[in-house]
Write a protein that binds this ligand. Sequence first.
Ligand code: NDP
Length: 246
Amino acid sequence: MTNLQDQVVIITGASSGIGEETAKELSSKGAKLVLAARREDRLQELANKVNDDGGHAIYKATDVTNYDEMEELAEFAQNELGQIDAIVNNAGLMPLSLLNKQKVKEWDQMIDVNIKGVLYGISAVLPHMRERKQGHIINISSVAGHVVFPGSAVYSGTKFAVRAITDGLRMEESAESKIRATIISPGAVSTELTSTITDEDVKGGVDELYEQAITPDSIARTIRYALEEPAEVTINEIVVRPTDQT
Ligand code: NDP
């Protein structure tokens, strides 16, 4: 088992939902955290809570769609905490809509955050991890990265892409540099994620689905489990969903 004590973990999208719960869960096991998202006030509040509870968290306001900011985040982690053991590329958006609504701006945002943000996160930490010949990259996909439903075409496209990118990363790096790559694919989880949906024709169905949503601590525990496996063990993917979600 990998002891998370003093392991340095970067978490993107740490200002709410799954990222925030993951920070609390990993901190309870002694991990040192680098929290990233755009809302600095939320990051500060979370870091204060973690540190007051005896943990160790620092934070940096970061937009994952900005490559320079992602590189600066990795440098910040390296300079402040001396190493990068893992990154959880968790930041994401889900403004679901039917294609005929032509919400092109929302498509662009999803592609930028959900796909490019993950790629930038990988690129920012890869040189550090390759040099040490160790590291763990966890990318958050979705059940919607396995199945498509009306309204999820673009979101699902981004989450299928996250799975493809993570599988490719594992194939390229695991034997060569011992870097582990894991996909976590949640089902419906009660967070702020659905708040960006502007298509009223999709919203009703989503609200119904989310009546069964599980709480984000369940995903946080799953991420911890994947991180705690010994270095020679890679969890390729875990799908975690509400028992009632069909
Ligand atoms: P939340 O909306 O609660 O959290 C999303 C996080 O992403 C926030 O911290 C937000 O921070 C951050 N974020 C969004 N855009 C950017 C950006 N440009 N740069 C940096 N951070 C950004 O939703 P969840 O916790 O549910 O989502 C976390 C991940 O889980 C996402 O990838 C989502 O797709 C995935 N997921 C969630 C499911 C669910 O049902 N909740 C199901 C399956 C997958 P800020 O606004 O401060 O930048």
